[in-house]
Ligand binder design. Sequence first.
Ligand code: IMP
Ligand code: MG
Length: 183
Amino acid sequence: MDASDMQEDLVEVLITEEQIQTRLAELAKEVWEHYEGEDLLLVGVLKGAVMVMADFMRHLPGSAPMDWMAVSSYGSGTKSSGVVRILKDLDADITDKHVLIVEDIIDSGLTLSWIRANLESRSPASVEILTLLRKPDAAKVEIDTRWTGFDIANEFVVGYGLDYAEGYRNLRDVATLAPHVYS
Ligand code: IMP
Ligand code: MG
């Protein structure tokens, strides 16, 4: 769906579908050069990273496998709890693999720093992070993100995989949600 399908629920479109695709194409090129000849595994974090993964990997000029993890961090609210629980683990062993975590957004950073530490404990060759969005002003922990699509302000956003109470994930753009929706 497009922003025009749900105008009354949104304040404004922050990043358009087109801007996202342009940026993902740039990142895919950089990533491919970085891992040239290496055994690369893309690891997505469900469910928010579904759109990023689908589009990012199609911009890669060659083949790379993907795997998925699901963790709980937010419940249905808009604040990170810092409590992380694995709901679905990776299907495969990552020993000696170059793991690239593909994320939708880094807010407090609590979820991802936990996931990264968890994956690093499994003896991979390396672990790096690619995130479409990052909120620098919301960071509670320092987290080294090698590839970032866009830095955004500390506001709650939806669309392009990002949800509010499981809604709005299928919005094509990234937009700020009107306060009346969650108050
Ligand atoms: P963190 O632990 O605070 O970094 O939050 C990580 C997860 O919270 C992300 O993977 C998202 O699923 C979710 N999240 C954080 N900020 C937003 C937002 O603005 N909109 C929707 N989901 C968000
Ligand atoms: Mg998420």
